[in-house]
Ligand binder design. Structure first.
Ligand SMILES: [Zn+2]
Length: 185
């Protein structure tokens, strides 16, 4: 069974490629102008979703598919990536893979030049990614102020560190440590 979250994502992805959702047995086509706003689905998208799940809307399905949204939310159906374009498509739990993906109607899809459809990014995740990027950046440059305390207590080190390159500074520290280890043994 596709979760509500998966079905929303399925619609969001196809909306971003210009597909509409048909409600009231195909009488009304809906498509939000904006699918994602910041780190969540747009209000417009949420309003359409509410219409889709409302019993008054009757059968609702994505343009180019035969499966109703209600069917996707039953145990017989899943939403899985299309073999051709990796877009989410309805897949019957037990049985054959889908014989059609809405992508077959799109001449210019898959298209690597276009930004791929996406889902809202949770701020927590985004912050995590920014943090990872920052710490990656730090690996390439050793912060000067951390060197003296971390590696040596010699009073001359701070000014020494400022006047020479990090590389050279580190090799001097290494030499000093090496010398110390020889003296100890
Ligand atoms: Zn496809």
């Amino acid at each position: 069974m596709a979760s509500e979250q998966e079905v929303k994502r399925y619609l969001a992805y196809w909306f971003q490629l210009g597909k509409k959702v048909l409600i009231r047995n195909g009488q009304i086509a809906l498509q939000p102008r904006q699918v994602i706003k910041g780190d969540r689905y747009s209000q417009e998208f949420e309003d359409i979703w509410q219409q889709i799940v409302s019993p008054e809307s009757g059968n609702c399905y994505l343009e180019g598919t035969d499966q109703t949204i209600a069917e996707l939310l039953t145990p017989q159906w899943d939403v899985s990536p299309c073999a051709r374009c990796e877009m989410p498509v309805p897949v019957r739990r037990a049985g054959m893979p889908p014989d059609c993906c809405p992508c077959f109607e799109l001449d210019n899809w898959p298209n690597t030049d276009l930004p791929n459809p996406r889902e809202p990014v949770c701020s927590q995740e985004r912050l995590g990614r920014i943090r990872d990027r920052l710490s990656e950046g730090n690996e390439h440059s050793v912060p000067q102020e951390e060197l003296p305390t971390a590696l040596n207590t010699d009073s001359s080190t701070a000014s020494e560190a400022a006047s020479i390159s990090t590389q050279e500074y580190l090799s001097r520290i290494r030499a000093r440590l090496y010398k110390a280890s020889i003296e100890r043994s």
